[in-house]
Design a binder for this molecule. Structure first.
Ligand SMILES: [Zn+2]
Length: 291
């Protein structure tokens, strides 16, 4: 499919081979809500967006009013890694919705500390690609890496231990293992890359590439040649950048870019790689319907 056809499909409701409508909603940071056939898949949902003081000097708790307002239901939650801006709200959302949570050992330890039933937590191994199905969604969890942006190191490295107690300060949310998610649904393919690191050879994208690349662009300059490498590995028709919003500001305030986002350079890098690739952004909370 030509990229302009994708845009056409997104706006006119053309029927895809698989039939069902896929709704993609950006929740801010690396968070997405994907819906198809009445099934809701969340990836890295972080709505609380705690301010600077609470993150760095206090204990973190979900803002339940905001989460309740934004998340109606969830059948499954995928967690790319266990930094607070990816996983903080997962225990509350899972408790309220009964969703199954998929993530690292570190995420599983957090869910156990929150009292989530063990039978509704699935732990990925960090040395292989895990395959799972959630309703119409076919998902591969691909081991990956976090951007080493803190003076060449990953911030808050290591695992959340099984002895952790909630609530925790921001620094308690250790990174744990990192995963990308390849999602196929209704004849469309998505690739979620929640931190700007990658293991090029592991990315399981066929020669045709993916329809939509959900791409973390924060702190990408710590990973050499990040943008061309990830484009080469995934060959997307549409690049949807994310995690560029200042997540220390509440959802209801005007969005600000994180420092060193360099959006113009991203556009240049994508165009230099392939002029046919489309860069598509969503507003905070914005939705794109793909059929
Ligand atoms: Zn992170």
């Amino acid at each position: 499919m030509h990229p302009t056809d994708f845009e056409e499909a997104a706006h006119t409701g053309l029927t895809a081979p698989g039939g069902g409508l896929v709704s993609v909603r950006w929740l801010g940071t690396a968070g997405y809500e994907l819906r198809c056939d009445g099934v809701t898949l969340l990836i890295d949902p972080y709505l609380t967006r705690a301010g600077y003081r609470r993150v760095f000097a206090g204990s973190l708790r979900s803002d339940r009013a905001i989460v309740d307002r934004e998340i109606a239901s969830a059948d499954a939650i995928l967690v790319s890694h266990s930094h607070f801006d990816h996983v903080l709200d997962v225990p509350y959302i899972a408790a309220r919705t009964g969703a199954v949570v998929y993530g690292s050992r570190s995420t599983a330890n957090l869910m156990a500390a929150a009292g989530h039933p063990a039978e509704r937590v699935v732990t990925f191994e960090n040395d292989r690609i895990s395959e799972l199905e959630v309703g119409p969604f076919r998902i591969e969890a691909v081991p990956s890496q976090h951007s080493p942006f803190a003076l060449g190191r990953i911030p808050y490295p290591g695992d959340i231990p099984c002895t952790c107690e909630l609530p925790m300060p921001g620094r308690g949310y250790r990174c744990g293992d990192v995963f990308n998610f390849a999602v196929r649904v209704a004849g469309r393919s998505f690739y979620h890359l929640g931190s700007a690191g990658l293991v090029d050879d592991l990315i399981p994208v066929g020669r045709d590439g993916v329809d939509v690349l959900l791409l973390c662009i924060a702190a990408r300059f710590a990973t050499p040649d990040f943008v061309p490498r990830v484009l080469r590995a995934t060959r997307p028709r549409v690049v949807m950048p994310m995690h560029y919003d200042n997540f220390l500001r509440p959802l209801d305030r005007t969005m600000q870019l994180l420092p060193r986002t360099k959006f113009g350079q991203l556009i240049d890098d994508v165009e230099r790689f392939d002029r046919q690739m489309v860069v598509r952004t969503l507003a905070l909370g914005g939705r794109l319907d793909v059929t």
